[in-house]
Design a protein around this ligand. Structure first.
Ligand SMILES: *Cc1c(COP(=O)(O)O)cnc(C)c1O
Ligand code: SF4
Length: 376
């Protein structure tokens, strides 16, 4: 057994553990355990500094999960975009491929709570069905291995999947979405990186949410992956009490770059049953983005996105930089809120005080979307 597998076996993973180690009362611990799996491996557990800190909030169950908020289990309508159970095919040229339901830590904010931890939902037959689906659809050029965490598979199983995908001529790139460099960096071994590099181009998106997660162990794991020629991105989730603070976010983004990880997405927390208490107002996300752009390296700046409820996909949000237009002058503001004008190329027949956004005039459900007039 490899070290990471031994560590997993020592995880906190039962209601009894919650009672004995964290002083939960019996009944509460039972109810929480029934609702969503508990697993905190000893590495991630060691990052907790005090009860209720940003690490604790992400991994220790909370009474708030029991709030019957009436929100959906499948907020992104993934199941309705699943032609076979292991595939989510929402975009034209790429798919999510769910290869395992297991994770090395069960994040309390997980948006896929309905699936993860339940091994009946993803099995070998499902994996083969997924490969067959991908092979039969030449429009797919990008496959994202997800789950669960695909690095919960053994190197042997993972290699079988990668090999099968590389045998499909229309697959150009393979991505792995894995939280391992953050939650169990011991999973990244020389044996693993040696195997992965045979199947390039491979990209990895990992999932750090707080600067305290950036440890010497995590750094070593990311460096091993980068040295194997794998470009690394990060997908963070904006969460109340964890990272809803522009200084924390700035520190996180800068530290990621020191590990050669490029911030990729910052997600607005989804509306998920049992995880609603993590949500923040959209204005908070916009404020954070405003305090990143211009104030630090452009490389450190992720796209802030909302994954549209109901399955519309990721929608990027930006603070407002175009203030308006006067004649052919576009009026802009910079990161310090200084105002600038840019003489536009297109000639306007008449001066107008409205921003023309012709790209908004697309039809949706038969109705035209009209741009909002912007006051100058
Ligand atoms: C996020 C996501 C992808 C990948 O999106 P990119 O913007 O290409 O990173 C693909 N499929 C689904 C269903 C997704 O949720
Ligand atoms: S690692 Fe990902 S899939 Fe697993 S519990 Fe965390 S957020 Fe959910």
């Amino acid at each position: 057994m490899e070290l990471w597998q031994e560590m997993l076996r020592k995880s906190v993973d039962s209601s009894k553990d919650l009672v004995e180690r964290f002083g939960f009362d019996n009944e509460l611990a039972e109810r929480l355990n029934k609702l969503f799996h508990i697993r905190i491996n000893p590495y991630y557990l060691s990052l907790i500094r005090y009860p209720g800190d940003p690490i604790w909030i992400q991994c220790i169950p909370s009474e708030k999960e029991l709030e019957n908020d009436g929100f959906p289990e499948d907020p992104l309508a993934e199941d309705s975009h699943s032609p076979v159970p292991s595939i989510v095919h929402r975009y034209p040229d790429r798919v999510l491929f769910l290869t395992t339901s297991q994770c090395s830590m069960y994040c309390r904010f997980c948006t896929r709570k309905r699936k993860v931890g339940d091994s009946s939902k993803i099995n070998m037959k499902f994996i083969q069905d997924g490969i067959n689906y991908i092979a039969a659809h030449p429009e797919i050029r990008d496959v994202i291995l997800s789950g669960g965490d695909p690095l919960m598979l053994t190197d042997f199983m993972l290699e079988k999947i990668l090999k099968a995908l590389r045998d499909i001529p229309h697959i150009e790139i393979i991505r792995l979405g894995t939280k391992m460099p953050c939650v169990l960096p011991q999973r990244i071994t020389p044996k693993l990186t040696k195997m992965l590099r045979k199947y390039h181009p491979i990209y990895i998106n990992t999932h750090f949410n707080h600067p305290w997660e950036i440890t010497p162990e995590a750094k070593k794991a990311c460096e091993m992956l980068a040295d194997a020629g794998i470009p690394l991105g990060n997908q963070a989730v904006l969460m109340k009490g964890v990272n809803d603070d522009s200084d924390v976010m700035l520190e996180l983004m800068r530290k990621l770059l020191t590990m050669r990880v490029k911030p990729y997405y910052l997600y607005q927390a989804d509306i998920t049953k049992g995880a609603n208490h993590f949500r923040t107002p959209v204005s908070k996300g916009l404020e954070i983005m405003d305090k990143l752009r211009g104030h630090t390296s452009g490389l450190a700046i992720p796209y802030y996105v909302i994954d549209a409820p109901g399955g519309g996909g990721k929608i990027p949000l930006l603070p407002q930089y175009v203030i308006g237009r006067a004649g052919n002058q576009v009026i802009l503001r910079n990161y310090k809120y200084d105002i600038f004008t840019y003489p536009d190329v297109e000639e306007e027949p008449e001066p107008t005080t409205q921003v023309e956004q012709p790209y908004l005039k697309k039809k949706k459900n038969g109705k035209k979307l009209q741009p909002e007039p912007v006051e100058v």
